[in-house]
Design a protein around this ligand. Structure first.
Ligand SMILES: Nc1ncnc2c1ncn2[C@@H]1O[C@H](COP(=O)(O)OP(=O)(O)O)[C@@H](O)[C@H]1O
Ligand SMILES: [Mg+2]
Length: 221
């Protein structure tokens, strides 16, 4: 069964009486543990697509499924519960909580799901090479280190699906490459499927599928 399915997604924004058709029929499926990248220039609709796939926004039409769950048809409460269980999210900004240690930030999804497992958090910090930063506050870390913590946090709940929107977009070239590689390697190790969107074609390696988002539709690259 596909971890993620999108069927004929459309998203149109209206402003000042004008319709902006950003997504014009996006269909895709992601199998368990598959890693896929969606490439497209700024403004092509990548974040819009990711928000629909994460159930953070509703499509104008079309359907999204996580495993068998019809995301487009569920209440916000159901979505939040399912998101906590099945999804990991990484954004361009790390969204770490400033008052919590690195270790507690990684464990944050467990507070929502009721599964606090300090050893799980420690193991992930080892895997992202930050075991000796566990008790730091986020503001003591470099940008690349913060994104590594965000990746560890996103995988804490062993999500079937990791969605990432320009996860290295705030980093310099060297760190962007390192964090990208780490995200893909760690997700593969954990068995999570990944869909990531980025404008940075040069960054994308070691993925199973690549698509371009062109004129509101996905084209296999
Ligand atoms: N809430 C919104 N209201 C109106 N227009 C939007 C909204 N969100 C995004 N857009 C527009 O949709 C287009 C795609 O945006 P976005 O999905 O953020 O692209 P990308 O992530 O590829 O840079 C842009 O032209 C953007 O201005
Ligand atoms: Mg974007």
């Amino acid at each position: 069964m596909a971890v993620l399915r999108a069927i004929d997604l459309h998203r149109t924004f209206y402003s000042a009486g004008e319709a902006l058709r950003v997504l014009k029929g996006v269909t895709l499926a992601l199998e368990p543990a598959q890693v896929a990248a969606v490439l497209g220039p700024s403004g092509s609709g990548k974040s819009t697509l990711l928000h629909l796939l994460a159930g953070l926004e509703r499509p104008s039409s079309g359907e999204v499924y996580w495993l068998k769950q019809p995301v487009h048809a569920l209440s916000q409460e159901m979505l939040a519960a399912l998101r906590a269980k099945h999804l990991g999210l990484v954004f361009q900004q790390h969204y770490l909580l400033a008052d919590l240690s690195v270790h507690d930030n990684v464990m944050l999804p467990g507070r929502i799901s009721g599964q606090l497992d300090p050893e799980r958090a420690s193991s992930l910090l080892w895997q992202v090479g930050l075991q000796d930063r566990a008790h730091y506050l986020p503001n003591k870390l470099s940008g690349g280190e913060r994104q590594r913590v965000a990746v560890a946090r996103a995988l804490y709940n062993r999500p079937a699906l990791l969605l990432a929107d320009e996860p290295t977009g705030s980093l310099d070239r060297h760190n962007a490459r390192a964090v990208f590689q780490l995200l893909v390697t760690l997700a593969r190790h954990e068995g999570s499927a990944v869909l990531l969107v980025t404008h940075d074609e040069g960054l994308v390696s070691d993925v199973d599928e690549r698509y371009h988002l062109l004129d509101g539709q996905l084209v296999a690259a």
